[in-house]
Ligand binder design. Structure first.
Ligand code: PBG
Length: 332
């Protein structure tokens, strides 16, 4: 003891003092999570009579109208802030006709949920064509097999109006067509739906982490990939430009997607964006943790909370996550 140098016995700064007890750590935590900022993505499928488990996403189901309603009620009761619907129609065609059919699978679900849950949880719908087209692309195709941007905008406009008439509160265009937010805003306003908000998938990357989702939503492209319209993972400045354009076109909220591999983008966007910034913890991120936990390779609950906290720390105001309900319970 005596011959230890003085500075080793008395460090001038001891950050550990504030880490000593759970109460101290809680007192000084810089970031907090709350169930109300979580959004649960949900799948509803036409023509099934029991919920269908998604094998690559343990704990996630393709719902029937009944099981959807029950799960939505559970989410609302847990205090989850919002839910976003993805529909899987029975019949697909070249132009994705079921997407804007007033009796399409999502429109029916919206009518059902918004009538009595709309006050308790924000009801959103993904707005895209990939689950509805026979070719699995997010838009209409040119004869050469490329996605036709401007023809697709007309389809998106019509889907937005169909979802609005069915009671959606927020639409989430995810197709990455240029001008999609402006086209949707104009269509909604033209049909008298000024109240419907737009959560723009503004910076959406062409990602391998969407793999399990394509099983869940049955929307894998039948040829090619989405690199002609989704962003290149190499780019960051492009994300800021996409966000700027979407905000100028009338986006009420913007999203960065995927999350974990793009936290730098979340942080950059959150720094300058004048509207709320959400991040989507996508299917592959969910599957990675579930698979590793199943093997006993990591502590599942701690990993879930750590990733969610990471999104908030990076600056995401809302988080879309398949763990929304479970995380809400953990936070209570
Ligand atoms: C497209 C869409 C996708 C996801 C959400 N909307 C798939 C894609 O772009 O290929 C992925 C979500 C996830 O992986 O959890 N409508």
């Amino acid at each position: 003891m005596e011959d230890r140098p003085v500075n080793a016995r008395f460090p001038a700064a001891r950050p550990r003092r504030l880490r000593r007890t759970p109460a101290l750590r809680r007192l000084v935590a810089e970031t907090r999570l709350h169930p109300s900022e979580l959004i649960l993505p949900m799948f509803v499928k036409e023509g099934i009579d029991a919920p269908n488990p998604v094998s690559s996403m343990p704990g996630v189901f393709q719902h029937t109208p009944d099981s959807l309603r029950k799960a939505a009620e559970e989410a609302a009761a847990a205090g989850v802030g919002g839910l976003i619907l993805f529909g899987i129609p029975e019949a697909k065609d070249e132009r994705g006709s079921a997407a804007d059919d007033p009796d399409g699978v999502v429109q029916k679900a919206l009518r059902d949920l918004s009538s009595d849950l709309g006050g308790d949880i924000v009801i959103m719908a993904d707005l895209c064509l990939d689950e509805y087209t026979s070719h699995g692309h997010c838009g209409l195709l040119t004869p050469a097999g490329e996605v036709d941007n401007d023809a697709t905008l007309e389809r998106y406009a019509s889907i937005a109006v169909a979802q609005a008439e069915a009671g959606v509160q927020v639409v989430g265009p995810s197709g990455m067509m240029d001008g999609q937010v402006a086209a949707i805003r104009a269509a909604l306003d033209g049909a008298g739906h000024h109240e419907v908000a737009i959560l723009a998938y503004a910076a959406k990357y062409a990602s391998a982490f969407y793999g399990p989702f394509r099983e869940a939503a049955e929307g894998a492209p039948q040829f090619g990939d989405r690199t002609g319209y989704q962003q290149d993972p190499a780019n960051a400045a492009e994300a800021l430009r996409e966000v700027e354009l979407d905000v100028a076109e009338g986006a009420d909220m913007v999203m960065v997607k995927p999350g974990l591999a793009y936290l730098d983008i979340v942080a950059k966007v959150a720094e300058s964006c004048p509207v709320p910034v959400s991040a989507y913890q996508v299917s592959g991120e969910y599957a990675m943790v579930e698979a590793a936990a199943e093997k006993g390779w990591l502590d599942r609950e701690r990993a879930i909370m750590e990733t969610l906290l990471g999104f908030r720390r990076a600056g995401a105001a809302q988080i879309l996550t398949y763990w929304a309900v479970e995380a809400a319970h953990m936070l209570r």
